[in-house]
Design a protein around this ligand. Structure first.
Ligand code: HSE
Length: 404
């Protein structure tokens, strides 16, 4: 028998307890021994819940109990999670977490401490919820030079964009609906401003390239400026708009960004709709491989946490190597990143097209019959800097969306 503790009895924490109880026979068989949840830590009481028998409010009870060998940290946020996780690893306990803020901010340090104590720090649930992506990147895609990782990494924004695309609704209407359904937080900023996806692509790119990508260095743009009219153009072009977190290696440089991108049906991520997430990895020898599934939610996320608990138990006194050092990975200046741009302009096309063609060259014009006070165009592949310089010479630009 092995004793574990669960820190936090919220959505994911109660999911972890439920998965271990519901799938007891399978989980114990895969772990090679019976898993006993000795403690659950939470500040709250849960009258009537069987967890009351093992509920503690003082973390030191868990930290100082030598019988607890694996801890699942599912509280979220940096503190007190960071202090709890660090002290657990220093005490020789393995830790499994779903906490992307913690992993993005302190991942390489916690991995080093785990290695120094011959224990493990695991974080499968921190990206893509129930989708296996951390272990595959760390243990399977090891023979490849990863050319790029492109992810739809946030279920809330993918739900909102899918609704806007399929039902012609505007952003505010869909956001309110998503909040009413519990898909979006009352304060939706972490999701709609791209911060959540930013931390997730920082984790994935750090793992793929072996050095630390600081999430604060990543160009991050959310979906709040995407409108129902953008989708009218996208539909006419046979395209969709998705929030991408992307890391790519180009000409010896590393580019990482989070931004809405217009894609066509040839892109493998085109059909990833609703709350689903997907991650497309392009390796120089394996080619394209895609990971798809539920990126959030109680049981899918708990499934990933419990898979880490099982992996930690299978490797109790062995540190599973993770290539992610504290050395900083230099990200190239985003202004040098090159893409096509979709641009909407207010006013009369006949008055503006000559100037647009002069500064942008070779644009493809798109006109919607129902809108006579604006038009759009698509540029060739140009750098961000070149786009900004050219755009500053055109009056009436409403919006621009990158195109892949
Ligand atoms: N808010 C996140 C999402 C939860 O919408 O994807 C999972 O990290």
């Amino acid at each position: 028998m092995i004793n574990i503790a669960v820190l936090g009895y919220g959505t994911v924490g109660s999911g972890v307890v439920e998965v271990i109880n519901t799938n007891k026979a399978i989980v114990n068989k895969n772990a090679g021994q019976k898993i006993n949840i000795k403690y659950v830590l939470d500040l709250r009481e849960f009258p009537g819940d069987p967890v009351m028998d093992i509920l503690v409010h003082d973390y030191d009870v868990i930290l100082n109990d030598p019988e607890v060998e694996v801890i699942a940290e599912v509280m979220g946020g940096i503190e007190p999670a960071y202090t709890f996780v660090k002290s657990a690893l220093e005490k020789g306990k393995s830790v499994c977490t779903s906490n992307k803020e913690l992993v993005a901010a302190h991942g390489p340090e916690l991995l080093r401490i785990a290695k120094e104590h011959n224990r493990n720090f695991m974080f499968e649930a921190s990206v893509g919820g129930g989708i296996p992506i951390i272990r595959p990147l760390n243990q399977s895609v090891t023979a490849d030079d990863v050319k790029s990782i492109t992810g739809i990494l946030n279920g809330t924004t993918n739900y909102i964009l899918t609704k806007m695309s399929k039902q012609g609704l505007d952003f505010d209407t869909v956001l309110k609906e998503a909040q009413a359904l519990g898909y979006a937080e009352r304060n939706p900023s972490a999701d709609v401003d791209g911060f959540d996806a930013c931390r997730k692509i920082a984790i994935l790119s750090s793992l793929a390239y072996g050095k630390n990508v600081n999430y604060e260095d990543i160009y991050t743009e959310g979906i709040t400026k995407i409108s129902d009219i953008d989708f009218k153009y996208a539909n006419k072009l046979g395209r969709s708009i998705k929030l991408f977190g992307k890391a790519e290696k180009k000409d010896g440089n590393f580019y990482v960004f989070v931004a809405p991108v217009m894609i066509d049906e040839n892109n493998a991520l085109y059909s990833v709709n609703g709350v689903f997430n997907a991650i497309l990895v392009d390796g120089n020898v394996v080619g394209n491989i895609m990971f798809y599934g539920s990126g959030a939610g109680k049981l899918p996320t708990a499934s990933a946490v419990v898979s880490d608990i099982i992996a930690a138990i299978r490797n109790l006194n062995t540190n599973v190597a993770v290539e992610w050092t504290e050395e900083k990975l230099e990200i190239a200046d985003f202004s040098t990143s090159k893409k096509r741009f979709f641009v909407r302009v207010s006013g009369n096309i006949d008055e503006k097209l000559a100037k647009i063609n002069k500064v942008f060259r070779n644009v493809l014009v798109i006109k919607l019959e129902e809108l006579d006070d604006e038009f759009a165009f698509m540029t060739d592949v140009i750098s961000e800097q070149k786009y900004e310089e050219a755009a500053s010479q055109i009056d009436g630009i409403i919006t621009r969306i990158r195109v892949e």
